[in-house]
Design a protein around this ligand. Sequence first.
Ligand SMILES: NC(=O)c1ccc[n+]([C@@H]2O[C@H](COP(=O)([O-])OP(=O)(O)OC[C@H]3O[C@@H](n4cnc5c(N)ncnc54)[C@H](OP(=O)(O)O)[C@@H]3O)[C@@H](O)[C@H]2O)c1
Length: 314
Amino acid sequence: MLKRTIGNTDWHPSAIILGNMRMGDQTVSQAIDVLNICNDTGINMIDSADIYAGGQSETILGKALKQGGFNRDTFFIQSKAGIQLGSKSMATFGKRYNFRKDYILQQVDAILDRLQIEYLDSFLLHRPDPLMEVTEVAEAFDYLYQSGKVRYFGVSNFSDYQIRWLQTNLNQPLYINQLQFGLMHTAMIDYGLNYNGHSQESLQQSGNMLEFALLNNITIQAWSPFQHGMIEGVFIDNPNYPIVNEMLTEIADKYHVDKNAIATAWILKHPAKMQVISGSMNPNRIQMIAKGATVHLTDQEWYDLYIATGNDLP
Ligand SMILES: NC(=O)c1ccc[n+]([C@@H]2O[C@H](COP(=O)([O-])OP(=O)(O)OC[C@H]3O[C@@H](n4cnc5c(N)ncnc54)[C@H](OP(=O)(O)O)[C@@H]3O)[C@@H](O)[C@H]2O)c1
């Protein structure tokens, strides 16, 4: 399995990460099957968050790690916190972001309890909180680092300036930014290709992140790589996206892999050396996705796929 270096550390996890957002409705035995296939294919990092299935995804993962007989060092384990859900549902009042020191510390303790582990390899702030008081975050991170509960820190869905502001006030480096990215979510690429033009892409602010990450030793983790919209459904084999599916089939046939593997290879080819967080709970699919790490697309194939999703080049 292809490895990635996180930031400028000596930490080298797999380029593909297992996302556990959808583990909450699995049985422990199914989750063990997922972990076994990851282990077999060399996927040695897991991404989680306190809110996935209201904590149930982490409870199942914790049981699967234990009952499956996995050592603590079989997988690098990452989790996130900072999104506080309302008591009713995602869409009602009561939902907010919460970066208060006490809240962060309480959430990390709850994560460790559910996962039945002593420390996280990495901990990310899940989404930017406009009310963030950086000194409180700094105190929380100091405590988490010094107590040995967290090894490395990062963020998710942050802009370049949000990272800079937070980093200026922290004692620990931020090594990770987890962002939505994939063939159907290319805003970070579109911006760079349309800089100073007249198109909609030129006006978007989602650019700069790729270059910012490269300049500042930040590893981008691409979430929901096979989804269109914001987790609206899978674009692979979806009749609403015929052109990109035709192109994926053609290239997949050439490399003797499936379309998911090619969509994975497309992300991995970018010089920012991203990680791909795959959320499949299907062992066969995970095995096929892992093959994406062995495919080296040509530059032309990479551009052809970019254009096949409906993008144009200036
Ligand atoms: N930081 C953030 O804000 C954020 C937000 C969302 C997600 N994430 C992270 O990203 C991870 C991945 O997210 P995700 O699960 O949305 O990503 P995904 O890997 O793009 O989607 C996985 C889902 O797509 C299905 N799928 C994939 N390929 C398919 C195909 N060819 N045909 C039919 N179904 C297919 C899977 O079904 P099967 O299980 O049947 O294979 C699964 O339900 C999450 O687990 C989480 O760790 C982070």
